[in-house]
Write a protein that binds this ligand. Structure first.
Ligand code: PHE
Length: 458
């Protein structure tokens, strides 16, 4: 089967950055930073990216581009048939799993964009926002309809192919995302109270840094860069031989980190503006769909034009961020199904979409009619989230670094990294050192932390 490549280097970087920049940048990074020592946390986070994130990202790029195959196929080729081939398959399934619950939140961002643009938050009392969200997610129909629409958009982009679908959409959506982020950050910084908000986000406070902070920073860096779920490997399989791997990885990491910091600039000035305690805004869905709609109305004038514009732009930004990430997850599974089972791309995409429709709907309904279906005290949505995020992701990352550092042929690594000798790679030794020792150890600790081993000692 003819395999497409990305048409340009910038398209390739934007697509990979689209995968990295997602909900995690907005709903987790800023609040984690604010609560864990501001600039001190950011420094630790950047160190995690340098020491662990980049080496793994570069390795995933390298394996993808070297093999020009889907993630399962790629690891089969580089592992020469040894059991290491399972790392690729695991990546595909982790990605597919994440997609099934990620689309649910993507659908919520669409609904909140709609609510914002129709000025539905006008004159809503502060204590009502929680009820609005709870009733919305518990409704059997409304979230499901948005879900189908969200998955429909992903399906459309994927079936258009690598260049006309993924690359072209990234070239439109990523600049849109940058513009929205900058617009929102500027609006926010002009609010009275912004100074305190920015101080909360950035003031370094090393006393807040302990071992948990470092583990959090590592976990966040990992998730935010979309490591270990086949996305980077699959996208890199469409890179051409001239794409500089290390430089592309650095570009992706820089874009991802900048957007995450800017998201903090968007959120905290308004929080301080209305005199709210930032430690009470929550994180994740609670922050995004309960606290923030209220914060924006109050900070910008209830029902005012500015509030409508700001709120709409914010949820649309989230929608775009979630969409580009979801597209990258879908592509992992589509490339896998199409190439491993010999289907056309369209048929592969259709199979993936159908599975996601079914499992995604189950995840979505787990906030309503299926809320009684639980395992280990978790509903279906949390099961998908925890299994992929807490277990499969760190485990996959650890295996990738061990494989790249210890098993993969060094000459092959160096040759690919330098584009067959075209580029200088003075960082090569450090990279391998990190893959061999630092990354497996560090991720091993995150893994033990995620499964709750350290709780026992507290
Ligand atoms: N990196 C994305 C984020 O920050 C999440 C994601 C994970 C996207 C895995 C794709 C794959 O939200």
């Amino acid at each position: 089967m003819e395999r497409e490549n990305f048409g340009s280097k910038i398209g390739a970087v934007l697509a990979a950055a689209g995968s990295a920049v997602g909900l995690g940048n907005v709903w987790r990074f800023p609040i984690e930073t604010g609560q864990n020592g501001g600039a001190a946390f950011i420094i630790i986070y950047v160190l995690c990216i340098l020491l662990l994130g980049l080496p793994i990202m570069i390795s995933e790029f390298l394996i993808g581009r070297y093999t020009h195959a889907n993630t399962a196929g790629a690891y089969r080729i580089v592992s020469n048939g040894s059991p290491w081939k399972w790392v690729g398959r695991m990546g595909v399934f982790t990605g597919w799993f994440i997609l099934c619950y990620y689309v649910v939140v993507g659908a919520w961002t669409m609904h909140y964009t709609f609510l914002s643009v129709t000025n539905a938050f006008y004159e809503v009392p502060a204590q009502e926002y929680e009820g609005i969200f709870d009733r919305f997610v518990a409704n059997p129909w409304v979230p499901t309809l948005w879900l189908f629409l969200f998955i429909g958009v992903i399906h459309y982009v994927i079936t258009r192919g690598v260049q006309s679908g993924i690359e072209r959409s990234a070239k439109v959506m990523m600049p849109t995302l940058f513009v929205l982020t900058i617009f929102l950050a500027i609006c926010s910084i002009m609010l009275p109270g912004a100074k305190q908000g920015i101080e909360f986000l950035l003031r370094p406070d090393w006393s807040k840094v302990d071992s948990t902070t470092i583990l959090d920073a590592m976990g966040q860096a990992f998730y935010s860069l979309s490591l270990a779920m086949g996305c980077l490997c699959t996208y890199a399989s469409y890179f051409d031989k001239k794409t500089p791997l290390a430089k592309s990885a650095v570009n992706v990491a820089v874009i991802d980190t900048l957007i995450a910091i800017m998201a903090g600039f968007i959120i905290f000035p308004s929080v301080f503006n209305i005199g709210m305690n930032p430690n009470e805004v929550g994180a994740g869905a609670g922050l995004t769909f309960v606290s923030l709609p209220n914060v924006f109305q109050q900070a910008l004038g209830d029902g005012s034009f500015l509030a409508v514009i700001f709120s709409t732009a914010f949820y649309f930004l989230l929608f775009v961020a979630a969409l580009t990430s979801a597209i990258s997850l879908h592509e992992v599974a589509t490339a896998y199904v199409a190439e491993e089972f010999g289907f056309t791309r369209k048929k592969g995409a259709t199979i993936v979409t159908l599975v996601v429709l079914v499992l995604g709907t189950l995840c979505s309904l787990s906030f309503g009619p299926l809320s009684g279906v639980t395992l280990f005290g978790r509903n279906i949505f949390s099961l998908f989230d925890d299994l992929s995020g807490r277990i499969l992701l760190p485990l996959g990352g650890m295996l990738i670094s061990i494989f790249a550092g210890w098993v993969l042929d060094r000459k092959l690594y160096r040759n690919e990294l330098s584009n067959a000798g075209d580029l200088c790679t003075p960082y090569f030794k450090l990279l391998i050192f990190s893959l061999r020792y630092i990354a497996p150890l560090a991720i091993g600790l995150v893994f033990l932390d995620q499964v709750g081993v350290f709780e026992v000692f507290k």
